[in-house]
Design a binder for this molecule. Sequence first.
Ligand code: UDP
Length: 326
Amino acid sequence: MELNDKTALITGAAGFLGSHLCDRFIAEGCKVIAMDNLITGDLRNIEHLKKHPKFTFVLHDVSKYVAIDEHLDYILHFASPASPIDYLKIPIQTLKVGSLGTHNLLGLALHKKATILVASTSEIYGDPLVHPQPEDYWGNVNPVGPRGVYDEAKRFQEAMTMAYHTAKGLDTRIVRIFNTYGARMRLNDGRALPAFFGQALRGEDITVFGDGSQTRSFCYVDDLIEGIVRLLHSGYHQPVNIGNPDEVTIARFAQEIIALTGSKQKVIFKPLPIDDPKQRQPDISRARKILKWQPQVSRHEGLKTTYNYFKNLPTDEWFKPVHDFQ
Ligand code: UDP
């Protein structure tokens, strides 16, 4: 399977991961139809592709019927708010894009005889009772908590995708994405990594939630994109975890960012948000075996590159308040 001269619809294309996917697909000679409703996405992330002959942007909310005239080989569904603070602000849109949006795109894929890859998440494991998390762990999710709108939409998305595969023979892929970072994350999306970098750049104290003993495992964006492309080409229909198993406590992570940025500020502790998972680490045995994939970029290296990106943003970007999107 090649991407050269194929056509892909990428939803959430102006977002963090969507824009990196657009870059990769264009680099491999694929024609890209980039779709986004720009609620949390930003056209600046794909500005550099605007004039490329194989790139088209369509402003559309995939929760509404999606009409595409062209033949499609691939659909990659990456449209969704993805930070806890975003889904608190736009819970209904979060539910709709994962459920109705997925349904529309599955229908489109069927109609076009396209292969569809949907972006799922480690959030489907909730606050996990099994550690690290393998794909056959079913999770521990609070459906009515603040994260429920994202977690349950993504769980429904997986169920719906699998149903289209088993009932209709659609060629489907499900990637479970663990915490990922890199250039084009929104500095004000409230997540730990952009929050800490933003605070360091503004000379503010670093806000660790809870006692900082909760863990996450951060994957550099280039590694993630490579895993996704391999999954697309694999023909494998069960969910696959893609993430970096190098787990770290949030307290230690804050110290790493302080060391990297040379920040003189101190760590201050704030209350832990409701249902904040205590631990998270992907079991990537399946990805290693089936995709021959594992992350290549160390956290030290990835954080340096990401810091350079944030540092070089126009200074007013550093000062945009959290929640500053339409
Ligand atoms: N976190 C923190 N300070 C912040 C933002 C987040 O300590 O300013 C914590 C958060 O409570 C969580 C971890 O960092 O335990 C990762 O949070 P993030 O929002 O990045 O992702 P998620 O919880 O979805 O993995």
